[in-house]
Ligand binder design. Structure first.
Ligand SMILES: Cc1cc2nc3c(=O)[nH]c(=O)nc-3n(C[C@H](O)[C@H](O)[C@H](O)COP(=O)(O)OP(=O)(O)OC[C@H]3O[C@@H](n4cnc5c(N)ncnc54)[C@H](O)[C@@H]3O)c2cc1C
Length: 428
């Protein structure tokens, strides 16, 4: 019998396994894919390292930054464009970054008015349930619609909030935006830097692998789990292959949108089941476009557009660049169709010739079924606390329901540490 089985080898799973090892126990990690990393995926395209999933990291994210320091990897600052675009009613505006951000900030501050009172301790989101209740019941779109905004403010706020939602604004919860802002010091500039600023030169895998190494665990790849059954003094984990493995405790670290594919016996509590049925709203896209442009670094913001927010990711030799685009729905991307990509990019940024396209469809990926965790209305009031509560010898841990940076790698590490400690406590 194993001490602890950890299901999933993303940042939450590897962190949970390391915590189990620190408690003197031996973890077994079961991962469905043929790689570790989950919704982070260090990859390459034409010899250029790039990340298909989580990519931006910041020292506002305490759990993550500890790992960055420990691994000795190199944070690099983002390329910043001085000439920027934004689209209002299909009219492309061009201006300086300072001009665009002044409008953007005005709108952001209206949306997040009162955030110091509503979320004074964003790492403890339930500290004042009465204060978050109103926003928690609303969608982002409902919150935007109740604000007094100019056309430019509204367009920019929709894109900025779309960057949080990675999904449809009439589906994602309004509190998500304020949560990101509060975690980043209650400012737009802080939020932009924390959520979209620094990357790691060596890639995310370079600071995930040391966590897994420290776990000193048995790792089984290509081992999707079908069922988790609790018996009197053990947990039986059954793979889709039919293989059954027993442990004294189990930490399940799969994403919220995939939890329903695992059979739990006895079934999880009613509130957990309704949280799983609700799911999370991040179903968007991250598309990389290789372009030729003579005009320097670029940035564009277009509401209700398959690319939404676009900016230079890598400035390549000659007049080539790789742009990163964040859109609201993976289903809106026409995979590999450069003519389509060209038409769409022309609506957001003038003067770029699209010569390549690369992305991963996280929405259709059966082991993710979405991008980053963005809560739907009612999550905090009805589900959040219950998702943290172990049931018997089973603990659920994932960034999607972390306390602080839910939807980020930092939240995955935080949630994994908590889950690993709880599991070790059950065994000792
Ligand atoms: C496009 C994109 C961009 C992002 N950008 C950022 C960013 O810039 N910064 C940031 O901090 N975060 C970002 N994120 C979010 C971040 O990547 C995730 O929040 C974080 O990686 C989640 O880690 P996790 O371990 O909680 O979950 P996951 O990484 O999803 O790990 C769960 C693991 O469980 C496995 N699994 C699923 N089902 C089963 C099963 N039945 N049996 C066994 N294993 C199973 C999965 O294969 C996976 O490996 C981004 C995500 C995406 C998709």
């Amino acid at each position: 019998m194993h001490d602890v089985i950890v299901i999933g080898a993303g940042f939450a799973g590897c962190s949970a396994a390391r915590e189990v090892r620190r408690a003197g126990l031996k973890p077994l990690v079961l991962e469905a894919r043929d790689r570790i990393g989950g919704r982070t995926w260090t990859s390459d395209w034409d010899g250029q390292r790039f990340e298909r999933g989580g990519n931006y990291f910041h020292w506002f994210q305490p759990h993550l930054w500890t790992e960055v320091t420990a691994a000795g990897v190199t944070p690099i600052a983002p390329p910043i464009s001085d000439s920027v675009h934004w689209t209002v009613d299909e009219q492309i505006r061009t201006g300086t970054r300072a001009q665009r951000e002044a409008i953007n900030e005005s709108a952001w501050n209206k949306y997040n008015a009162g955030s110091w009172e509503i979320l004074p301790e964003p790492h403890a989101p339930l500290r004042h349930p009465d204060r978050i209740a109103r926003l928690d019941a609303m969608t982002i779109q409902q919150r935007i619609d109740e604000l007094d905004l100019t056309d430019d403010e509204r367009a920019l706020l929709m894109v900025e909030c779309g960057g949080v939602a990675s999904g449809h604004l009439d589906d994602a919860g309004a509190l998500s935006v304020m949560r990101w802002s509060a975690l980043s010091g209650h400012t737009l500039a802080g939020t932009q830097e924390a959520a979209g600023g620094y990357t790691i030169a060596e890639g995310t895998l370079a600071f995930l692998q040391p966590i897994l190494d420290a776990a000193d665990c048995d790792l089984q790849l290509e081992s999707p789990v079908a069922a988790v059954e609790q018996e009197a003094d053990r947990v039986l984990v059954t793979l889709r292959s039919g293989e059954a493995l027993a442990a004294r405790a189990c930490v399940v670290t799969v994403p919220l949108n995939t939890l329903g594919a695992i059979h739990f016996e006895p079934s999880l509590s009613e509130v957990k089941r309704s949280a799983i049925a609700l799911g999370q709203a991040g179903i968007g896209s991250k598309v990389m476009l290789k372009v030729r442009t003579p005009g320097g670094l670029v940035s564009g913001m277009h509401p209700n557009h398959p690319f939404g927010f676009v900016s230079t990711m890598f400035d390549l030799p000659g007049d080539e660049q790789i742009l990163v685009c964040f859109g609201q729905d993976g289903d809106e991307i026409v995979d590999g169709d450069l003519a389509w990509a060209q038409r769409e990019l022309d609506r957001a940024i003038p003067g770029c010739e699209v010569i390549g396209m690369n992305w991963h469809d996280w929405k259709s990926d059966e082991f993710a079924q979405g991008t980053w965790g963005v809560h739907r209305p009612g999550w905090y009031t009805n589900h959040h606390a219950e998702m943290q509560r172990p049931e018997g010898r089973v603990i659920l841990s994932n960034s999607d329901w972390a306390q602080g940076w839910a939807g980020f790698v930092d939240g995955a590490i935080e949630s994994g540490i908590r889950g690993g400690r709880l599991a070790a406590g059950m065994v000792h």
